[in-house]
Design a binder for this molecule. Structure first.
Ligand SMILES: Cc1ncc(COP(=O)(O)O)c(C=O)c1O
Length: 471
C-alpha cells in the first residue's frame, strides 16, 4: 500500500481489482471498450503537476496531458480554490433565470484573449457539444441574413470533430461512418493537406494547393449557395497526427470561403488555449482568421467539463434579434465550468504558459527530430508548440506504415506506460492513414521535465522497434 494520501473512495473499495467484464454488475467505463477478462487499468490515486500516481504508489509522467486536455497540469491550487468557492456559492444557476459573475467574467477575459472578431462566447460542456453548437450557430447566422438554402458543412478527410451524431457527420473517419452513417446526414469531405506520405506526383506545397482547389471545386459542385460552412482543425489532433498545413493552404482557404460566402469554423478543441504557442491558431496564420472558433479540452484543463464557441458580436446580435439561438443544454453557461475556465485562463496568462509551450515545444522538438535521424521506425515528427505527434513507419525510405495488425502506435504507448510515461494514442480511420502517438505534455512542463520526457520517449521507441522486429 502506498504511503501517499489515499482517495476516500478507494479506502471504501477494499477488494482487489478484478479483470474487466467479470463481475455481474457495476464496473468502470472501460468495460464498454475491451473484451471480457482484460486486466483493469491501474487505479488513479492522485495527480500533481505533470505527474500521476496509482494506488500502488507507482509514478507516471503524463506526456499526453490526458487526451491533450490537462494543459496546466494537475492539482492547480488556483483552479481548485475557484471551483470550491463557486460550488459553495452556487453550484448551478439556470441561465434562463440568472446570469452568473463567473460566466460574465470568463466571457470578458476569454474574448479579450481571443481578440477582435470574437466578442461573444457560448459556453457548453465539451468539444463535441461545442461543435454541435457551432454548426447550428452557423446555420442561424446564414438564415438571419436570408440565406436559407445553405446547410452543407464541408470538412476534411481525415479529421475529428467529435463523437455526437452532428459532430460525427463532419468528422472524416471512414470506420465511424461505416457504423453510424445510416443514422446521420454525412457531409461532404475534401482531402486534408497532409505533409507526410504525400500522394505521388505532389510535393508539400503542390498538394496543399491541390487540396485548396478541391475545396473550391467541391463548394461549386455541391451547388452554389448550398454550402454553409467549412470546418477544419488548424493544427490537427489525432486524426492527422498534429498536421500543420502549409501557409499557402490556410491563406487560400480563407480566400475561397470569402469568395463563396462560406463560414469558416476553426475547431481548436485540441489546439486552442495556448498549446501551440499561440492562444488561437490564427496568430500563426494571420491571413486565415475564422468566423467561428470552437474550444474545449485545454480551456477546462480537465478540472471541469467545458467547451465553447467564440463568435462575432454583430452576427450574434442578428440571431438574437431574429428570434434567438435555437440551442441550449441544461449545463450551458454553467457557473462551475465558467469559474474553472476563468481560473485556467488566468493561470495560463499570468504564468506565461503560452510562451513556455513555444519554448519547451522547441526543446522537445529538437530531441524528437534527432529521433527521426536515429530510429529505424520514426518516420516523421509534426506539430507546433506542445502539440506534436511522432509517426511510426516500417520502412523509412518508402514511408511504408506498419500493417494495421502490428498495432505499432499501441505498442509504443504500452511500452512507454510500462516505464511510467503516458502517451496519448487512439486509432482514427482504423489505422488506414498510419500510426502515430501524440506528444503533448502539460504547458507547465519545465526544461528538466521535458528532458525527462524526451529520454523516456527515446527508450520506449528503442524497445518498440525491438518488439516490432525492426533492427
Ligand atoms: C479537434 C477535436 N474536436 C472535437 C473533439 C471532441 O471533443 P470532446 O471529446 O470533448 O467531445 C476532439 C476530441 O478529441 C478533438 O480533438
Amino acid at each position: 500500500m502506498t504511503e501517499l494520501r489515499r482517495n476516500a473512495l478507494d479506502a471504501a473499495l477494499e477488494q482487489p481489482t478484478p479483470a474487466l467484464g467479470t463481475l455481474p454488475r457495476g464496473e468502470p467505463v472501460q468495460v464498454f471498450a475491451v473484451p471480457q477478462g482484460t486486466p483493469a487499468r491501474p487505479r488513479i490515486d492522485r495527480a500533481e503537476g505533470i505527474y500521476m500516481w496509482d494506488i500502488s504508489g507507482r509514478r507516471y509522467i503524463d506526456a499526453g496531458s490526458g487526451p491533450v486536455a490537462c494543459n496546466i497540469g494537475y492539482g492547480n491550487r488556483r483552479v481548485l480554490d475557484a471551483l470550491q468557492r463557486q460550488a459553495e456559492a452556487a453550484a448551478f444557476a439556470n441561465p434562463s433565470t440568472f446570469e452568473s459573475a463567473a460566466n460574465r467574467l470568463f466571457a470578458e477575459r476569454l474574448t479579450e484573449a481571443a481578440g477582435p472578431g470574437y466578442e461573444r462566447v457560448f459556453v457548453v460542456s465539451g468539444g463535441s457539444e461545442a461543435n454541435e453548437a457551432a454548426l447550428k450557430l452557423a446555420r442561424q447566422m446564414a438564415v438571419a441574413r436570408g440565406d436559407t438554402s445553405r446547410w452543407k458543412v464541408i470538412s476534411r478527410q481525415p479529421s475529428y470533430h467529435g463523437g455526437t451524431l452532428g459532430a460525427l457527420s463532419v468528422t472524416g473517419d471512414l470506420s465511424a461512418h461505416d457504423m453510424f452513417g445510416p443514422m446521420m446526414q454525412v457531409m461532404p469531405k475534401v482531402p486534408a493537406p497532409i505533409t507526410y506520405r504525400i500522394p505521388d506526383g505532389f510535393d508539400q506545397e503542390s498538394w496543399a494547393e491541390h487540396c485548396a482547389e478541391v475545396l473550391d471545386r467541391t463548394i461549386v459542385d455541391e451547388g452554389p449557395g448550398g454550402v454553409l460552412a467549412f470546418i477544419q482543425e488548424p493544427v490537427g489532433g489525432l486524426a492527422t497526427g498534429a498536421l500543420v498545413p502549409h501557409a499557402a493552404y490556410m491563406r487560400r482557404v480563407r480566400e475561397i470561403c470569402d469568395r463563396h460566402g462560406v463560414i469558416l469554423i476553426h475547431d481548436e478543441v485540441m489546439s486552442g488555449g495556448g498549446r501551440t504557442g499561440a492562444f488561437l491558431s490564427h496568430e500563426h496564420w494571420p491571413d486565415c482568421r475564422p468566423d467561428l472558433v470552437v474550444m474545449a479540452k485545454g480551456v477546462g484543463a480537465g478540472y471541469f467539463p467545458l467547451g465553447l464557441v467564440l463568435a462575432p458580436r454583430d452576427r450574434v446580435a442578428e440571431i438574437a434579434e431574429s428570434g434567438g439561438f435555437m440551442h441550449g443544454h441544461t449545463a450551458h453557461g454553467n457557473p462551475l465550468a465558467c469559474a474553472v475556465g476563468l481560473a485556467v485562463l488566468e493561470e495560463t496568462l499570468e504564468r506565461g504558459l503560452i510562451a513556455n509551450a513555444a519554448a519547451q515545444g522547441a526543446r522537445l522538438r529538437a530531441r524528437l527530430d534527432a529521433l527521426v535521424e536515429l530510429s529505424p521506425i520514426v518516420g516523421d515528427v509534426r506539430g507546433k508548440g506542445l502539440l506534436m505527434a511522432l509517426e511510426l513507419v516500417k520502412d523509412k525510405a518508402r514511408k511504408t506504415p506498419f500493417a494495421s495488425s502490428a498495432m505499432a502506435a499501441g505498442t509504443l504507448a504500452k511500452v512507454a506506460m510500462e516505464q511510467g510515461l503516458i502517451l496519448y494514442q487512439r486509432r482514427t480511420n482504423a489505422g488506414r492513414d498510419g500510426d502515430w502517438v501524440m506528444i503533448s505534455p502539460p504547458l507547465i512542463a519545465t526544461e528538466a521535465e521535458i528532458d525527462l520526457i524526451a529520454d523516456g520517449i527515446e527508450t520506449a521507441v528503442r524497445e518498440t522497434a525491438r518488439r516490432l522486429g525492426v533492427a
